[in-house]
Ligand binder design. Sequence first.
Ligand code: FAD
Length: 431
Amino acid sequence: CFCQLQGRIDDCSCNVDTVDHFNNVKVYPRLRSLLTKNYFRFYKVNLKHDCPFWTDDSRCAMKYCHVEACQEEDIPPGLKGGAKSPKLMADHGAEKYSESANCNDDYNDELGYLNTTISAKAEEDFALWTAHDAQDNFCDVNENDSDAEYVDLLLNPERYTGYRGKSAHRIWHSIYMENCFRPQNSYSSYIHSDLLNGMCLEKRAFYRAISGLHASINIHLCAKYLLSESSGISLTSPKGEWGPNLEEFKSRFSPDNTIGEGPNWLRNLYFLYLLEIRALAKASPYLQREEFYTGDEAQDWDTQLAVKDLLSVIKKFPDHFNESIMFSGGTEANKMKYEFKQHFRNITRIMDCVGCDKCKLWGKLQIQGLGTALKILFSGKFDQEYTAPYLQNKHKKDFQLERTEIVSLINSIGRLSTSIYELDEFRLMLR
Ligand code: FAD
């Protein structure tokens, strides 16, 4: 079977079947349950931003692209800001609540960074960047965005929406051609795996991560394909029967149909999974202390236990992605990190151009989740194992993740974990 991948996962120290077992038996069931908890279920997102790169795309009219709004009364009081966590108030100070950290005020705004390609004045920008030294974030995180709204992720599952054609291709094309690093003289939107070996590890990793995310999104739409429509569909709550579509899966990932790259795209999914799992392991001392506050004491306690249980499983799995060998080696490495970050930030902004709200919701969430993983891995702020007394010193804010970062990271890992699980289901069907 073409999707029965064998051997080591590229740029990691682990075999595919080891990950399959670890994920399908240990991680997937835990995440599945954890992600139904209120803390992780409600995600605050702005789906109304204009596309900063082009204006000629019409919005998707497909009914399955619609995002169902959250009823005000469904949102837990602790998330609405009505009730404050006493522990957080004591830990972080009241000012966190009066004026949340606005990461929009950093570099992007100062430079008016609007191009889809990396700017020609990169040297100048880089100098400014190092001078500012405030570039931990790979995404703009603004919890106080007045246009952001809570979305109930369980009400709006990621699945087939019918979004395709020119608009979807323009997004992927722009990501791969203009915002991924590329080998010289390669003109197709995908990069043939042979060419990847001629690129440095950081550039390969960037491409593999995006390709892994793309593979994951496409696996979901195959696994939750629209099999039949019911009559009486309304725009706001379309009904239908959703389930796996093996032919769709084969047409996307079989080497016979996809210039031979399908299985490599699946391998990239495993790469991304290991990268995000490593970030979770690295942030686990921090996450173990989180309150996961929603205002419902019993549920918050449950969530804390479920997170600790997940983290204990993750910590027992050896790290197979080694971030310490990336971006090491002085100014050149720093420059590479800077470019890496700018490319990634551009991709976060391209998400505002996605012409299907449901796809945009999950695209934004997963890109933010990946951005959070990169921040944990590469900002240096999570490198030290810190202990409780250390947390209490003046650096405690350095270790802070916004709620939305935690929610997007865990949900993103949930998406990747589900993809790996669904891949196994497809394997069984193919047998
Ligand atoms: P596409 O998936 O559009 O791919 C374009 C080209 O990229 C391919 O021809 C191939 O050369 C290359 N390629 C394909 N896969 C990979 C890979 N893994 N790595 C590297 N290169 C690759 N549709 C839904 O039904 N539900 C969703 O939730 C959804 N979410 C989306 C989110 C985003 C951010 C985007 C941009 C699109 C989303 N879509 C979604 C659309 C979906 O991803 C496809 O674009 C669409 O189904 C059309 O598929 P396609 O076969 O034409 O190839």
